[in-house]
Design a protein around this ligand. Structure first.
Ligand code: SF4
Ligand code: SF4
Length: 164
């Protein structure tokens, strides 16, 4: 997995123009069964991929924290939301709460998340490849394929399966 992760940014860069063209077409003419196809491709990929061998999302990006994420996680640590924010978060250029540092503070050396049960919604949903109306997050996906090997494979499988 280590070698695969090292090669991923370059592989994603090489596919960028092709992926962009595909998503532009997809946005104009999304197939009626897109949600169904994405569920299927997502499931197939995550049957093969073990996130515990990877954790590249937790190591390189980290999630946005919504207000309800902050309240839930602060409660888990028996902190006030403001104390949790002071200790772990900062506001980014889009005015969102994000981690002060990456790799994520809550990631263990064994790639387990120490706050798994209460982790942010964005962590639960990453890389968003099973969400409805997938064509609406193409810009995000174009970035995620350079971070997440599963997202990369899912986009490759999409291009093979969906003829536009
Ligand atoms: S979601 Fe993607 S980047 Fe994150 S651990 Fe799983 S395979 Fe790796
Ligand atoms: S909170 Fe957990 S799942 Fe989310 S980035 Fe940190 S270690 Fe990963």
């Amino acid at each position: 997995m280590e070698a695969e992760l090292q090669q991923l940014p370059q592989k994603a860069k090489e596919k960028h123009a092709e992926n962009k063209k595909f998503f532009n077409k997809l946005k104009k003419r999304p197939p009626k069964n897109l949600d169904y196809v994405m569920q299927e491709l997502h499931q197939e990929e995550f049957e093969r991929t073990d996130c515990l061998d990877c954790a590249n999302c937790c190591k390189t990006t980290g999630p946005l924290f919504t207000n309800s994420d902050i309240e839930r996680i602060a409660k888990h640590f028996r902190l006030k939301p403001s104390q949790f924010i002071d200790q772990f978060l900062r506001i980014d250029e889009d005015n969102d709460y994000v981690l002060q540092t990456v790799p994520c503070t809550f990631l263990g050396a064994d790639n387990y998340c120490s706050i798994y049960e209460v982790r942010p919604k964005a962590c639960r949903e990453f890389p968003h490849t099973d969400r409805k109306k997938f064509h609406q997050i193409s810009n995000l996906t174009l970035k995620n394929v350079s971070i997440c090997p599963a997202a990369y494979n899912i986009v490759e499988a999409m291009k093979a399966k969906i003829k536009l």
